[in-house]
Design a protein around this ligand. Sequence first.
Ligand code: AMP
Length: 137
Amino acid sequence: MSTIFQKIIDREIPADIVYEDEHTLAFLDINPTNKGHALVIPKQAFENVFDADIDLFAEMAATAVRVSRAIKSALNADGVNLIMNNGEHAGQEVFHAHIHVVPRFKNDDVFQPAKHTNYEDGESAQVATQIIAALEE
Ligand code: AMP
């Protein structure tokens, strides 16, 4: 299904494009968490990690590294967060895969602290076993 990001790739709607190569595009998020917040997308659409082509994902990751370094240098950022929301209940709104590159500055306080949970005795080993089994499928 075509999304708003396909329209950016096809130059049907404007965007502040900061990087482009054969496989990927990076542009500024229209609703930035901090100024310079960029999105890295594959030109060949996939939704998220669940249907991703691994090689194409690797291209996205490489572009995210390049863009992160440029943002840190250009904006004098103290760091960046790389964030990818995969699935509606993980906060994904646009179903064309994208990695957020969010510049961070000391004390910018832009994210709420994440909630945490705890394992019962032996539960983490059980969860690890389930994941290992799925990786071996
Ligand atoms: P997500 O919640 O991870 O799917 O994030 C989607 C992101 O796309 C949001 O941060 C939006 O602000 C951003 N976005 C949506 N439409 C546009 C657009 N036309 N240009 C740039 N960023 C956009």
